[in-house]
Design a protein. Structure first.
Length: 317
Protein backbone atom coordinates (compact mmCIF):
# COMPACT_ATOMS: atom_id res chain seq x y z
CA UNK A 1 0.00 0.00 0.00
CA UNK A 2 1.39 3.40 -0.97
CA UNK A 3 2.15 5.71 1.93
CA UNK A 4 0.40 9.04 2.28
CA UNK A 5 2.63 11.77 0.83
CA UNK A 6 0.33 14.76 0.68
CA UNK A 7 -0.71 16.52 3.83
CA UNK A 8 -2.06 19.96 4.61
CA UNK A 9 1.05 22.17 5.12
CA UNK A 10 -0.98 24.61 7.24
CA UNK A 11 -1.73 22.02 9.93
CA UNK A 12 -0.32 22.68 13.39
CA UNK A 13 1.97 19.86 14.51
CA UNK A 14 2.19 18.68 18.11
CA UNK A 15 5.64 17.51 19.24
CA UNK A 16 4.61 16.98 22.87
CA UNK A 17 2.45 13.85 22.64
CA UNK A 18 5.01 11.51 24.18
CA UNK A 19 4.68 9.02 21.30
CA UNK A 20 7.50 8.00 18.99
CA UNK A 21 7.58 8.95 15.32
CA UNK A 22 9.31 5.74 14.21
CA UNK A 23 6.88 3.29 12.64
CA UNK A 24 8.82 0.21 13.78
CA UNK A 25 8.26 1.16 17.42
CA UNK A 26 4.51 0.61 17.34
CA UNK A 27 2.05 -2.18 16.74
CA UNK A 28 -1.65 -1.45 16.69
CA UNK A 29 -3.23 1.65 18.13
CA UNK A 30 -1.56 4.12 20.49
CA UNK A 31 -4.45 4.43 22.99
CA UNK A 32 -7.04 1.73 23.65
CA UNK A 33 -10.73 2.56 23.64
CA UNK A 34 -10.87 2.31 27.44
CA UNK A 35 -8.17 4.99 27.72
CA UNK A 36 -5.24 2.74 28.61
CA UNK A 37 -2.05 2.89 26.58
CA UNK A 38 -1.44 0.04 24.15
CA UNK A 39 1.93 -0.72 25.68
CA UNK A 40 3.72 -3.71 27.17
CA UNK A 41 6.90 -3.30 29.18
CA UNK A 42 9.80 -5.75 29.15
CA UNK A 43 13.39 -5.89 30.38
CA UNK A 44 12.82 -6.09 34.14
CA UNK A 45 11.41 -8.81 36.36
CA UNK A 46 7.66 -9.26 36.72
CA UNK A 47 7.90 -8.39 40.41
CA UNK A 48 9.38 -4.99 39.53
CA UNK A 49 6.75 -4.25 36.89
CA UNK A 50 3.64 -5.74 38.47
CA UNK A 51 1.60 -3.69 40.95
CA UNK A 52 -0.80 -5.81 43.02
CA UNK A 53 -2.45 -2.71 44.46
CA UNK A 54 -3.08 -1.14 41.04
CA UNK A 55 -4.38 -4.43 39.65
CA UNK A 56 -6.83 -4.95 42.51
CA UNK A 57 -8.06 -1.36 42.23
CA UNK A 58 -8.84 -1.78 38.55
CA UNK A 59 -10.35 -5.28 38.54
CA UNK A 60 -14.05 -5.52 37.67
CA UNK A 61 -16.22 -5.86 40.79
CA UNK A 62 -17.01 -9.54 40.19
CA UNK A 63 -13.35 -10.43 39.71
CA UNK A 64 -12.37 -8.48 42.82
CA UNK A 65 -15.02 -10.35 44.83
CA UNK A 66 -13.74 -13.68 43.48
CA UNK A 67 -10.17 -12.76 44.46
CA UNK A 68 -11.28 -11.99 48.04
CA UNK A 69 -13.29 -15.22 48.39
CA UNK A 70 -10.61 -17.43 46.81
CA UNK A 71 -7.85 -15.82 48.91
CA UNK A 72 -9.88 -16.40 52.08
CA UNK A 73 -10.47 -20.07 51.20
CA UNK A 74 -6.87 -20.72 50.16
CA UNK A 75 -5.38 -19.15 53.29
CA UNK A 76 -7.65 -21.22 55.52
CA UNK A 77 -6.83 -24.37 53.56
CA UNK A 78 -3.15 -23.60 54.16
CA UNK A 79 -3.67 -23.18 57.91
CA UNK A 80 -5.84 -26.32 57.97
CA UNK A 81 -3.04 -28.32 56.39
CA UNK A 82 -0.56 -27.03 58.98
CA UNK A 83 -2.91 -27.90 61.87
CA UNK A 84 -3.29 -31.41 60.47
CA UNK A 85 0.51 -31.73 60.14
CA UNK A 86 0.94 -30.63 63.75
CA UNK A 87 -1.63 -33.22 64.78
CA UNK A 88 -5.24 -33.09 65.87
CA UNK A 89 -4.16 -34.27 69.34
CA UNK A 90 -3.24 -30.59 69.96
CA UNK A 91 -6.85 -29.58 69.31
CA UNK A 92 -9.67 -30.53 71.64
CA UNK A 93 -13.39 -30.58 70.98
CA UNK A 94 -13.30 -32.46 67.65
CA UNK A 95 -16.47 -34.55 67.71
CA UNK A 96 -15.95 -36.71 64.61
CA UNK A 97 -13.43 -39.47 63.96
CA UNK A 98 -13.59 -39.76 60.17
CA UNK A 99 -10.85 -38.20 58.05
CA UNK A 100 -13.25 -35.98 56.10
CA UNK A 101 -15.13 -34.96 59.25
CA UNK A 102 -11.86 -34.08 60.99
CA UNK A 103 -10.74 -32.04 58.00
CA UNK A 104 -14.01 -30.09 58.02
CA UNK A 105 -13.85 -29.40 61.74
CA UNK A 106 -10.24 -28.21 61.54
CA UNK A 107 -11.03 -26.06 58.48
CA UNK A 108 -13.96 -24.35 60.18
CA UNK A 109 -11.86 -23.91 63.34
CA UNK A 110 -9.31 -22.17 61.11
CA UNK A 111 -11.95 -19.84 59.63
CA UNK A 112 -13.20 -18.98 63.14
CA UNK A 113 -9.66 -18.22 64.29
CA UNK A 114 -8.84 -16.27 61.12
CA UNK A 115 -11.90 -14.04 61.57
CA UNK A 116 -11.43 -13.93 65.40
CA UNK A 117 -14.99 -15.26 65.85
CA UNK A 118 -13.88 -18.14 68.06
CA UNK A 119 -17.04 -20.13 68.80
CA UNK A 120 -15.12 -22.25 71.30
CA UNK A 121 -16.00 -25.95 70.83
CA UNK A 122 -12.73 -26.72 69.06
CA UNK A 123 -9.74 -25.02 70.65
CA UNK A 124 -5.98 -25.49 70.76
CA UNK A 125 -4.37 -27.15 73.79
CA UNK A 126 -0.82 -27.78 72.57
CA UNK A 127 1.96 -25.22 72.34
CA UNK A 128 2.40 -25.56 68.57
CA UNK A 129 -1.33 -25.30 67.88
CA UNK A 130 -1.64 -22.28 70.19
CA UNK A 131 1.30 -20.57 68.50
CA UNK A 132 -0.14 -21.25 65.04
CA UNK A 133 -3.57 -19.99 66.14
CA UNK A 134 -2.02 -16.75 67.39
CA UNK A 135 -0.21 -16.25 64.07
CA UNK A 136 -3.41 -17.01 62.17
CA UNK A 137 -5.42 -14.53 64.23
CA UNK A 138 -2.84 -11.83 63.56
CA UNK A 139 -2.76 -12.55 59.81
CA UNK A 140 -6.55 -12.57 59.83
CA UNK A 141 -7.10 -9.07 61.16
CA UNK A 142 -4.22 -7.76 59.03
CA UNK A 143 -5.76 -9.25 55.88
CA UNK A 144 -9.15 -7.76 56.72
CA UNK A 145 -7.50 -4.38 57.17
CA UNK A 146 -5.94 -4.73 53.72
CA UNK A 147 -9.26 -5.82 52.19
CA UNK A 148 -11.03 -2.87 53.82
CA UNK A 149 -8.44 -0.46 52.44
CA UNK A 150 -8.80 -1.92 48.95
CA UNK A 151 -12.59 -1.72 49.07
CA UNK A 152 -12.44 1.88 50.26
CA UNK A 153 -9.90 2.71 47.54
CA UNK A 154 -12.15 1.22 44.88
CA UNK A 155 -15.20 2.98 46.29
CA UNK A 156 -13.65 6.41 46.79
CA UNK A 157 -11.26 6.56 43.83
CA UNK A 158 -12.16 9.57 41.65
CA UNK A 159 -13.53 8.51 38.27
CA UNK A 160 -14.90 10.50 35.37
CA UNK A 161 -17.65 7.95 34.55
CA UNK A 162 -17.66 8.97 30.88
CA UNK A 163 -18.99 6.87 28.01
CA UNK A 164 -17.84 7.63 24.45
CA UNK A 165 -19.56 6.96 21.17
CA UNK A 166 -18.30 3.79 19.50
CA UNK A 167 -17.34 5.72 16.37
CA UNK A 168 -16.52 9.20 15.19
CA UNK A 169 -18.18 10.69 12.12
CA UNK A 170 -17.20 13.03 9.30
CA UNK A 171 -20.26 14.83 7.98
CA UNK A 172 -21.42 18.15 6.53
CA UNK A 173 -21.21 20.91 9.09
CA UNK A 174 -22.26 24.49 8.44
CA UNK A 175 -20.61 25.40 5.12
CA UNK A 176 -18.08 22.58 5.12
CA UNK A 177 -17.27 19.24 6.78
CA UNK A 178 -16.37 18.34 10.35
CA UNK A 179 -15.11 15.45 12.42
CA UNK A 180 -17.34 14.70 15.39
CA UNK A 181 -17.59 12.29 18.30
CA UNK A 182 -19.51 12.59 21.53
CA UNK A 183 -19.45 11.49 25.13
CA UNK A 184 -21.66 11.66 28.18
CA UNK A 185 -21.34 11.34 31.95
CA UNK A 186 -23.60 8.34 32.55
CA UNK A 187 -23.81 8.39 36.36
CA UNK A 188 -26.74 10.14 38.04
CA UNK A 189 -25.70 13.31 39.91
CA UNK A 190 -22.14 13.08 38.54
CA UNK A 191 -22.20 16.11 36.27
CA UNK A 192 -18.74 17.58 35.66
CA UNK A 193 -17.83 21.27 35.71
CA UNK A 194 -15.03 23.22 34.02
CA UNK A 195 -14.65 20.48 31.40
CA UNK A 196 -11.77 20.66 28.91
CA UNK A 197 -11.14 18.46 25.90
CA UNK A 198 -7.96 18.11 23.88
CA UNK A 199 -7.92 16.14 20.62
CA UNK A 200 -4.87 15.11 18.59
CA UNK A 201 -4.37 13.01 15.49
CA UNK A 202 -1.54 10.64 14.56
CA UNK A 203 -0.80 10.10 10.86
CA UNK A 204 1.77 7.98 9.07
CA UNK A 205 3.24 10.11 6.29
CA UNK A 206 6.11 9.90 3.84
CA UNK A 207 6.88 13.45 2.80
CA UNK A 208 10.63 13.72 3.36
CA UNK A 209 12.96 10.88 4.26
CA UNK A 210 11.62 7.60 5.72
CA UNK A 211 7.98 7.16 6.67
CA UNK A 212 7.19 8.42 10.15
CA UNK A 213 4.27 9.27 12.37
CA UNK A 214 3.39 12.91 12.69
CA UNK A 215 1.08 14.38 15.28
CA UNK A 216 -1.26 17.33 14.92
CA UNK A 217 -3.56 19.32 17.16
CA UNK A 218 -7.15 19.27 16.04
CA UNK A 219 -8.66 22.70 16.50
CA UNK A 220 -12.11 22.36 18.02
CA UNK A 221 -15.18 24.49 17.65
CA UNK A 222 -15.35 24.46 21.43
CA UNK A 223 -12.68 22.98 23.70
CA UNK A 224 -14.16 23.98 27.06
CA UNK A 225 -17.58 24.11 28.66
CA UNK A 226 -18.53 25.20 32.15
CA UNK A 227 -20.95 22.34 32.90
CA UNK A 228 -21.60 18.86 31.51
CA UNK A 229 -25.09 17.85 32.65
CA UNK A 230 -25.91 16.32 29.24
CA UNK A 231 -23.86 14.92 26.38
CA UNK A 232 -21.19 16.85 24.48
CA UNK A 233 -20.56 16.46 20.77
CA UNK A 234 -16.94 17.42 20.11
CA UNK A 235 -16.59 19.12 16.72
CA UNK A 236 -13.45 19.64 14.68
CA UNK A 237 -14.29 21.74 11.61
CA UNK A 238 -12.24 20.58 8.62
CA UNK A 239 -10.96 23.97 7.56
CA UNK A 240 -7.95 25.14 5.59
CA UNK A 241 -5.78 24.45 8.68
CA UNK A 242 -7.04 20.91 9.34
CA UNK A 243 -4.76 17.91 8.65
CA UNK A 244 -7.91 16.06 7.50
CA UNK A 245 -8.53 18.47 4.65
CA UNK A 246 -9.02 16.61 1.38
CA UNK A 247 -8.45 13.13 2.81
CA UNK A 248 -10.69 10.26 1.74
CA UNK A 249 -11.51 7.03 3.56
CA UNK A 250 -8.65 5.33 1.71
CA UNK A 251 -6.28 8.11 2.73
CA UNK A 252 -7.21 7.64 6.39
CA UNK A 253 -6.39 3.95 6.15
CA UNK A 254 -3.14 4.57 4.26
CA UNK A 255 -2.05 7.07 6.89
CA UNK A 256 -3.03 4.67 9.74
CA UNK A 257 -4.97 7.55 11.28
CA UNK A 258 -5.71 7.50 14.98
CA UNK A 259 -7.52 10.27 16.79
CA UNK A 260 -7.06 10.37 20.54
CA UNK A 261 -8.84 12.60 23.02
CA UNK A 262 -8.30 13.61 26.64
CA UNK A 263 -11.21 14.94 28.70
CA UNK A 264 -10.56 16.57 32.04
CA UNK A 265 -13.04 18.17 34.44
CA UNK A 266 -13.92 18.78 38.08
CA UNK A 267 -16.22 16.32 39.84
CA UNK A 268 -18.37 17.72 42.64
CA UNK A 269 -18.93 14.20 43.98
CA UNK A 270 -15.22 13.48 44.51
CA UNK A 271 -14.21 17.14 44.96
CA UNK A 272 -11.33 16.40 42.64
CA UNK A 273 -10.20 16.71 39.04
CA UNK A 274 -10.97 13.61 36.98
CA UNK A 275 -9.93 12.67 33.48
CA UNK A 276 -10.48 10.00 30.85
CA UNK A 277 -8.91 9.15 27.49
CA UNK A 278 -10.09 7.37 24.38
CA UNK A 279 -9.13 7.02 20.74
CA UNK A 280 -10.60 6.30 17.31
CA UNK A 281 -8.68 4.55 14.55
CA UNK A 282 -9.41 5.01 10.86
CA UNK A 283 -11.78 2.02 10.92
CA UNK A 284 -13.87 3.70 13.63
CA UNK A 285 -14.43 6.90 11.64
CA UNK A 286 -17.56 6.92 9.46
CA UNK A 287 -18.13 9.30 6.57
CA UNK A 288 -21.44 11.03 5.86
CA UNK A 289 -23.07 10.15 9.18
CA UNK A 290 -24.49 12.39 11.85
CA UNK A 291 -25.51 11.70 15.43
CA UNK A 292 -29.15 11.85 16.42
CA UNK A 293 -30.21 13.93 19.46
CA UNK A 294 -29.89 12.10 22.77
CA UNK A 295 -32.50 13.97 24.78
CA UNK A 296 -36.21 14.64 24.80
CA UNK A 297 -38.50 16.88 26.78
CA UNK A 298 -41.02 15.51 29.26
CA UNK A 299 -43.51 16.99 31.70
CA UNK A 300 -41.02 16.44 34.53
CA UNK A 301 -37.99 17.88 32.69
CA UNK A 302 -35.37 16.83 30.17
CA UNK A 303 -34.67 13.13 29.65
CA UNK A 304 -31.17 12.13 28.52
CA UNK A 305 -31.43 8.92 26.48
CA UNK A 306 -28.11 7.16 27.06
CA UNK A 307 -29.02 4.30 24.73
CA UNK A 308 -28.74 6.71 21.79
CA UNK A 309 -25.08 7.55 22.40
CA UNK A 310 -23.95 5.57 19.34
CA UNK A 311 -26.97 6.14 17.13
CA UNK A 312 -26.31 7.95 13.87
CA UNK A 313 -28.04 8.36 10.52
CA UNK A 314 -26.74 8.77 6.99
CA UNK A 315 -26.66 12.21 5.43
CA UNK A 316 -26.27 13.23 1.81
CA UNK A 317 -23.34 15.36 0.75
Amino acid sequence: MALLKRINPFSKTNEDTGFSTTISNYGGRFVNRDGTYNLRKEGRSVLDRYSVYQTLLNLPAWKFTCVLVITFIMLNLLYTAIYLLIGTNELQGIATRSAWGTFKEVYFFSTETFTTVGYGRVNPIGDRANFLASIEAMSGFLSFALATGLMYGRFARPKAHLAFSDHAVIAPYKDGMALMFRFVCYKDHHALTDVNVQVNIAMLVHDEGPAAYRYFDLKLERSKIENLPMNWTVVHPITAESPLLGLSTEDLQTADVEIYALIRGFSDVYSNVVQQRTSYTYGEIKYNKKFVPMYRESSSGTVLELQKLNKSVSVSV
